[in-house]
Design a protein around this ligand. Sequence first.
Ligand code: IPE
Ligand code: IPE
Ligand code: MG
Length: 257
Amino acid sequence: MLNSLKDIIKPGSEEEKLADQIDVSRLPQHIAVIMDGNGRWAKKKKLPRIEGHRAGTQSVQEVVEACARIGIKYLTLYAFSKENWKRPKKEVGTLWKLLEEYLKREDKELMKNDLKLKVIGQRREIPDRVRKELERVENLTQNNHRLTIVLALNYGGRAEILDAVKKILEGKKFNSSSLTENQFSQFLYTANTPDPDLLIRTSGELRVSNFLLWQIAYSEIWITQEYWPDFRRKHVLQALVDYQKRERRFGDVQSSS
Ligand code: IPE
Ligand code: IPE
Ligand code: MG
């Protein structure tokens, strides 16, 4: 059983049963999440879409806490894609505002719980006020070590790969015969972050929507029908139990044969 998690789950609950099945020696180091379905959650409740986003911040808090207690080292959350600018201006504005409020409210909690915040994506298009807040919290939490929360903001997987290629060409340090995959990875926004072991997508969509295209090459994928605002600690545990039943072969043959 995961010690620190035990403190917050009810004895005899479904969560406890799930937690008891988890082998702490084989936890994923990095979980990445496509937080999807806020709009449909709101629609189902006859609320404006933005209420789905607001409710989704509650799920973020719960999942962050669960991952920290379980002992996950990296949690990447896809919060705003480069393509999400296509949405109505009002929705986009409120999404950034919710993020700004979240940062102002949660900075002390991040410090208290030894959590580091890191942003990936093209920062320059992020509204100034939000970017400043993000950078303030990144600086504040830079020496924290328990769990790194990577927020993907104005993020696109193709843009990330193209940005890496541009940096490499500008640096003029590599030629086509010397560049390795490991060296290339160092030019991605995720340099020095291990690839996700587990990729979770909520709301049942079976696509990657331009998320971490390079890094998810061998990630295990877990999809749930739950909309993001309904996603809870229990679902993290379900995903972990399922993840540990899989055999990751990385192109090799079965370990027992
Ligand atoms: C995910 O929920 C949040 C963001 C993409 C910002 P959606 O807003 O995509 O919700 P659906 O997919 O329309 O239900
Ligand atoms: C992916 O969700 C982006 C985020 C979760 C931030 P979308 O709702 O934008 O993806 P599509 O449009 O359904 O592929
Ligand atoms: Mg969506």
